[in-house]
Design a protein around this ligand. Sequence first.
Ligand SMILES: [Zn+2]
Length: 285
Amino acid sequence: MRGVLSVVNVSSVSAAAPEPRSRPLDDTVPFIMQWRRTPSWSPPDTARIDAIISANVGIAARLDRALRERLLEHTAALLQSKRWEPVAGIELTDEVLVTIAANAAIPILSFDTWPYRQVRSIIVRPSASLSSGTRAGPVAGTYTDEVIGTIGLASPHSGPIVISWDAALADSRRPALGSNVVIHEFAHKIDMSDGYADGVPPLRGAALDRWQRVLRDEFHRTEGRDSDHVLRPYAWESPAEFFAVATEAFFCIPVRLAAAKPHLYDALAELYRQDPARDSVPAQP
Ligand SMILES: [Zn+2]
């Protein structure tokens, strides 16, 4: 039905970006230049980063001291090493930058920032980009002209990540709801780091075999997809979306994921070298 707004987490895993009717990327150039020329901007200091994380990043509440320090370090590193680009009139305040960078840092706390070597720029929008036009419907042979809102996008190779600030902030403050658009899009980049957006992260040997087994058992099964209580249905769009949605659950609702899908939880714990379900302080909604 025309005019029905459906805000979904749409991610691109192909060269065709799903924002054809939104602002073309060329339009970002004047904003980029303006931001880069701003002489007054300097990276926030550690105390400022820590205060913003305490206010906005719910997952950080359960991190022990060592991981919290890693979070501060990685957040600062992402702020300084990546290109941050505002579009559609948003101002990249310290709060915006730190909140997004800190959520992006959470999956890589046990590494340095190498998993994001293909992330060169992060484009931040104030809210979802809307697109319309006739496309395939939910049932084979049907069509829809529903308006779609895109809150996140991970372009392949060295293409940018696009994040909607309003969705990022809402997710960040309430991890118990199980969604996190920033973690989702950066998980796509981890998936793509071996060259393929196929839902198979860069693992080797026995760890790769275990992940393939989990993917077969959890993704390729047909029953229960619509009634899964831990992963939202979007996970079954493709193996790549399954990996991204499962990563969100792993960090946002780890206790629930470990209880419902222990093999999936263990495979993700092995990949990320973190054990959030057994952290002493649970994340608060
Ligand atoms: Zn996605």
